[in-house]
Design a binder for this molecule. Structure first.
Ligand code: ADP
Ligand code: MN
Ligand code: MN
Ligand code: MN
Length: 417
């Protein structure tokens, strides 16, 4: 999953091609079919009976496998496994710290290459289920120098500071993760003809059904089950506006847990795509030419006061504070976001902050229910799909907790605040 590189952004795509779905009728043998599937629809070519032969082997008594996961210098996840006594795997405090070669991930110099992994959050490992009473685990870690300093790429440590001392606010985040699936050529979105575009424009694909509209549902469904099993608060999924693009939501999660859960869900997404042999990108504008929606990470936010009577006033004050720091937020809301925030395709312009009720062309949207009830939450629609959830949640927290009297901002399509 490439987050920052734009090499796969299609510079140009030949104009409309009539063939919409690839034809499989010409392939007679299963080997040929496998090759085509691998290239065009992302079906896994692995034989399930081969895998199950190893999966069914019993684990030794009292031992579990712990997959330590961390964020690398490019914002992608990496992981490695170790065997632990089950008693050590019961809580993050009993889990040992570990290390990796930071010179191989661009996170440390070769002459002092050790990076320390600090366990922060445990999930169940959906890729190594077992039939005894123990669980293998995924461990979300952050990254430190041997001297005890957080790495520059340790956004979690920064976010933790923003949340520190604010437990009473009970801040919740619900993050909508959009992602785009490609064939392994990294150029052809699922459901698109090779080298061309779908013959029909956007319209039928959002929340769609049918083989001519929905592409990659099996991947999103696998991700959904795997996240639920892991203990991630995945709250839903839907097909997106651009064919081959999908979304899942995580939350509401409290404070720093939003970053932990969303980051681990991205790891799981990447692992599921590995199984299905489909390329997944979180780039915010994977197809730049033509009329195709980009991908975001809408971030829904509420504090306890916003969810209580009189909350709408607290929400508006938070929005005014966010508006005053628009450019600061844009600067940390993901790379390539300028390609997405154009003012078209359900986005607001990157240069102009605006908010509105039920308006999907706003930087920040207040839902109709929240306005009607006078309390609830707001949605920051600006973060790109490749934004770091620790950075976004921490930045929102520190901005809305500032003790300043914000200047009132008039909502879109209205003359009064
Ligand atoms: P949209 O209508 O923008 O597509 P979604 O249904 O995709 O919204 O996502 C909304 C997200 O907001 C979900 O993850 C949901 O759990 C979360 N959410 C709901 N209520 C709150 C709240 N009070 N505070 C923060 N997040 C919330
Ligand atoms: Mn959504
Ligand atoms: Mn969406
Ligand atoms: Mn949304």
């Amino acid at each position: 999953m490439k987050l920052s590189s734009a090499t796969f952004v299609l510079a140009s795509i030949a104009t409309s091609v009539n063939a919409f779905a690839p034809s499989l009728t010409s392939s007679k043998s299963s080997t040929a079919l496998n090759l085509i599937l691998q290239k065009t629809t992302g079906q896994s070519p692995l034989d399930p009976s081969v895998i199950s032969k190893y999966d069914s082997l019993a684990y030794p008594d009292g031992k579990v496998l712990a997959e330590y996961v961390w964020v690398d210098a490019d914002g992608n996840t990496r992981s490695k496994t170790r065997t632990l006594d089950a008693s050590k795997a019961e809580s993050v405090n009993s889990l040992p710290k570990w290390n990796f070669d930071g010179s191989s991930t661009g996170q440390a110099p070769g002459d002092d290459s050790e990076v320390i992994l600090r366990p922060c959050r445990i999930f169940k490992d959906p890729f190594r289920p077992r039939s005894d009473t123990l669980d293998n685990i995924l461990v979300m870690c952050d990254t430190w120098t041997p001297a005890g300093e957080p790495l520059e790429t340790n956004a979690r440590a920064v976010a933790e500071k923003a949340f520190d001392g604010h437990d009473d606010e009970e801040i919740w985040f619900g993050m909508e993760q959009e992602f785009t699936l490609f064939n392994l050529d990294e150029r052809t979105p699922l459901g698109w003809p090779e080298g061309g575009m779908p013959s029909r424009p956007q319209g039928p694909y959002y929340c769609s059904v049918g083989p001519e509209n929905s592409f990659g549902r099996h991947i999103t469904d696998a991700l959904y089950k795997a996240c639920l099993y892991a203990g991630i608060d995945i709250s839903g999924t839907n097909g997106e506006v651009m064919p081959g693009q999908q979304e899942y939501q995580v939350g509401p999660c409290v404070g720093i847990d939003a970053g932990d859960q969303l980051t681990m869900s991205r790891y799981i997404l990447q692992r599921v795509c590995e199984d299905f042999q489909v390329y997944c990108t979180l780039h915010p504008k994977p197809i730049v030419d033509g009329d195709w929606n980009g991908a975001g990470m809408h971030t829904n936010v509420s504090t306890k006061k916003m969810r209580e009577e009189g909350g709408l006033k607290v929400i508006k004050e938070a929005i005014y504070k966010l508006g005053a720091k628009h450019q600061e937020h844009i600067a940390v809301y993901g790379t390539g976001n300028e390609l997405r925030l154009t003012g078209l395709h359900e986005t607001a312009s990157i240069n102009q902050f605006c908010f509105g009720v039920a308006n999907r062309g706003a930087s920040i949207r207040i839902g109709r229910d929240t306005e009607a009830e006078g309390k609830g939450y707001f949605e920051d629609r600006r973060p790109a799909s490749n934004a770091d959830p620790y950075v976004v949640s921490g930045k929102i927290m520190s901005t809305i907790m500032e003790d300043v009297e914000p200047e009132v901002i008039v909502p879109m399509d209205k003359s009064e605040a």
